[in-house]
Design a protein around this ligand. Structure first.
Ligand code: CA
Length: 234
């Protein structure tokens, strides 16, 4: 089966994996009102099965699920084929865990959230995925110390050894590396890398930077206190 889509066709297939029926119903209703097709699963195993079956454009995934949890769902679905994932977390500490484990989630929302905020995050993730697919920007490999980024393959090596970065982590390092020695504020990074700006979003940026440092070394991104982050020219 092949899919053809015109550039301005904004209708997408979204897999929603959430065991709390009132939340699942509210989220599905909102996303359907935006013109998306929404398929729902209520536990971990059927969520993985759903994603494999419908090959969605985006997954909205609760962390605490019966069967196995959302982190395991994320690991399993990202192994087969990359898909943007928006995680729903019960607490901010869970959100740190989600990002920190590097299971492949691109963004998260902490409950309770508004349907409007969810719709905005979904739209931003879909826009970013479409943009990443459409535009091969400057695809010259970038070196930061012992780290090599290849924009073309979106692969990363450290000391010649492959390192897995999530799509958001890759975009974040690439954005900073493309502007060596220039400090980017958290607001700028949210707008340019995530595609939206929210007051609490600085936490999201900080969590991703911590995760990148764990994978690529503490000195790959410099913190400029009170301002933001930078990658030095090498
Ligand atoms: Ca749950």
């Amino acid at each position: 089966m092949t899919h053809t889509r015109s550039a301005n066709d904004s209708s997408r297939t979204i897999a929603l994996i959430e065991d709390e029926a009132p939340i699942a119903d509210a989220v599905a209703a909102r996303l359907r009102s935006e013109g998306h097709r929404v398929e729902i699963a209520h536990d971990g195993p059927s969520g993985v099965e759903l994603v494999q079956r419908v090959k969605p454009d985006l997954v909205v995934l609760d962390v605490m699920l019966p069967g196995f949890d959302g982190l395991e769902v994320c690991r399993q679905i990202q192994r087969d084929r990359w898909v943007p994932v928006l995680m729903l977390t019960a607490r901010d500490s869970e959100a740190d865990l989600v990002i920190g484990l590097g299971v492949g989630a691109d963004d998260y929302l902490t409950k309770p959230f508004s349907a409007r905020e969810l719709a905005a995050r979904v739209a931003a993730l879909l826009r970013r995925a479409a943009r990443a697919a459409a535009e091969p920007v400057d695809d010259t490999p970038v070196r930061i110390g012992d780290v090599l980024l290849d924009p073309r393959s979106r692969r990363v090596q450290r000391d010649g050894v492959g390192v897995h970065l999530t799509p958001t982590e890759f975009d974040l390092v690439q954005y900073l590396a493309a502007r060596p020695s220039r400090v980017a504020t958290r607001g700028e990074l949210l707008e340019q890398v995530w595609g939206y700006e929210i007051p609490s979003g600085g936490r999201t940026v900080d969590s991703h930077v911590r995760s990148i440092r764990r994978k690529l070394g503490a000195d790959v991104i410099r913190t400029v206190h009170g301002v933001g982050y930078a990658v030095e020219a090498s």
